[in-house]
Design a protein around this ligand. Sequence first.
Ligand code: GRG
Length: 277
Amino acid sequence: MDVQAWLAERIPPVDAALEAWLPAAHAPPASLHAAMRHLVFPGGKRLRPALALAAAEAVGGPASAALPMATAVELVHIYSLIHDDLPCMDDDTLRRGRPTVHVAFDEATAVLAGDALQSLAFQVLLSGTETDRVAGAARDLAEAIGAAGLVGGQVDDLAPNPMSAGTEHVLSIHARKTAALIRVAVVGGARLAGGEGERLAELAAFGHAVGLAFQIADDCLDAQDEDGCSLVAIEGIEACRERAEALLETALAQIEGAGEGAEPLRALARFAVRRDR
Ligand code: GRG
């Protein structure tokens, strides 16, 4: 299938929702609002929203049912990028070729913009009308991005030389720091479209494997970066490429029985792992 054509149709409503929910850049406090928008527009690949929408289609719903989840996961993703770039964390001055938020604004504004984006994510998600589905998705999102997920993974990533603890420890960091948000995007998107039971369990396993494969593919793309917590430094680039492909196969096997409606999800998984940026 033509994943670019699918994305060209599905992502504009996500961009429109982000635009509608984010406070206007000129409204006071303008520095906060402009900082919140800095990495949202222009955005990145919008991979997590795309996965949420595709998961909705995979369980037979319209992609539009997953729009609150798609919007929320992108807001959380942007918050995590802003905080990850801070001097007390990765200390990066450039992201996607533009100044990071603490460079374009200041450190306090960057911290607070990240905080506000995280709050806005839950506001958007909880504004969905199917209250039982929304409550499940919000609970899953909170778990995925807290101490047991994104934040805990980041803490272990920031520890001195996390790679010295070996492959399993690095995979555990990747699982929490990267795969948890990808998994919850998939599961939450499916939940909002009415997915339940075994289908959600399969999609959770799919999301976990795609998330790990995505991060290992990222490690391969950043192989020359000696600062990050990367499996490439332990296993070498060829072994990592093979591991990412094996995880992709594991992921696809989870949704083997999901039929034609899961084609966009399969195509996105391949794109996430085989991309060149
Ligand atoms: C600070 C709480 C906190 C968490 C930070 C997600 C994260 C944890 C940090 C972001 C930096 C990073 C390298 C994360 C690993 C996941 C990853 C490869 C993020 C980049 O995702 P893309 O490629 O980004 O989807 P775009 O630019 O396309 O939006």
